[in-house]
Structure formats: C-alpha cells, structure tokens
Design a binder for this molecule. Sequence first.
Ligand code: PAF
Length: 281
Amino acid sequence: MHIFEQIGPLEEYLNSCREDGRSIALVPTMGGLHEGHLKLIDKAKECSDMVVASVFVNPTQFAENEDFEAYPKTLLEDKILLEAIKVDTMFVPLDNEVYPDGSSQDYDVGEMGKILCGISRPIHFNGVAQVVARLFDIVKPDYAVFGEKDYQQLLIINSLVERQGIKTTIVSVPTVRESDGLAMSTRNNYLSSEDRANAPLFYQQLVATKASIQNGTDIPSATEQAEDALGAVFDVEYIEVLNANNLTQITTSSSKIIIISAVRLRETRLIDNIVFRRSHV
Ligand code: PAF
C-alpha cells in the first residue's frame, strides 16, 4: 500500500495512475475503521480501478464542546486493516496540508445544514463540506463513497458536488449493522456495557415506527409515539419523518420516506435512519 502524508507526492502518484488509465475512488474517513468502512471500500473497489482511503480527523467539523480530542485515533490498526484488504493508497494528511491557510469556515451548506443534526451541531456540516471539497480537490476522484447512516451528510455532499460542478460521482452504501441492529459507528466505542446493551433499542424503535406508518398510522401520531418510546431509554435530540429526497416535510406526493433520528445515551450521541417507500398515504 502507498501511504502519503503530503499532497505533492500524492498528486504526483495519482497523476501517473490517471495517465495509465486507472479510475480512482476515494473513501474519506476519520479513521477508527470498522466493518462499515470496509463495506465502503468494497463498493469503491467495485466502482474503480484503485481506492484511495483518507484518514483525517477533521477539526473543522467539531465544535469546541465536542469529542475532537477523544475521537478514537487508531492509525496503526487502520493501516494494518487497509493493507490487509489491499487498498492501493492511504492518505493521512497533516492539518497544515489540508488547511494551509488556516481552517476558517469557508463553505455555507445552506438550509439543509441547519436542520436535524445541524441544530445541535451548527458548524458541523460546513466543516464536513469544507474538508470533503478539499479532499476532492486534492484527489480528484472519479468516485467517492459515503455511508447512508450519515444521511444528512450524504445529501449535503450531493448538493455540494452539484453546486460546485465537481466531476466526482457520489456513491452511497447502506448502513452496516451489528447483529443486534445497532448501526456501526466509531463512536459506539464510547458506550459503557450497560449503554451498549440498551443501544439496539434505537434501531428497533425506528423499525417499529416504519411498521406503524406502513400499517396506516398518520405521521404526526407515529412520530409522537416514537418520541415517547425512545424517551424512555434515550435523551431524544430529534426524531422526524421526512421526504427522503430532500429532508423536507412530507406531502402526499412524497413516496420515499425517511425516519431519521439522533439520540443520546449519556455522553454518546447516536444517529440512525430508515428509508422506505410509502405504500399507504
Ligand atoms: O463521515 C465521516 O467520517 C466524516 O464526516 C468525513 C466524510 C470523513 C469528513 O470528515
């Protein structure tokens, strides 16, 4: 595996790959790699001739009171894993490579970044868009692969690519779950064993809410019931049932629906969602 910390040598290498006619897929990560990331890499391999996996804990997407310092840093394990699954290139940039002119927020993600997770994390999506745009500029990938667990992030990146005319195809991969349904996340490592035992109730409730809507419960009632049920175990930040195409309120014509939620178990914040087609209006 080729490992680069600096942009110059990475660009030189990727240019030579492009000259050889190889297509490139980027999998941006913040490390702490798990089975979910491996599925992104599998998809990247399907799409392209070679995979670049970046590992960069992006400071601009964390607010001061968030877990930037505590975020798992498992670079050695990540390297071993990426090497074992034959990733072509690992890019592990330093802060000053990614943000040579400082890291001021310079990308406005608009309304989509201000709802749902954007309410409790007002700078988060600007930081995500900033780093993703920067990584795209450096790697110039033909494809970039993201997980559907971070659904709001995925839509924001799709809109970034569209608005900036970036020539990268965004590919998404369904959420990978533990056998008990909990969505895989690097932050699951923060859960105590008691909280880990309760955490699957989150997804179970989303499944129950989906069934309830499909059985004809109206959306306001289904949302209220879900909020009450989740509230017995979690601190509920939000649970909403929205149009999955753009995260707006559902109209009778919205057929692709998302149940999307963020909850907390003590200090650990979990997000999850289910997307489905409505068979009942
Ligand atoms: O989803 C993530 O891990 C991060 O938000 C991303 C896309 C790698 C940007 O830092």
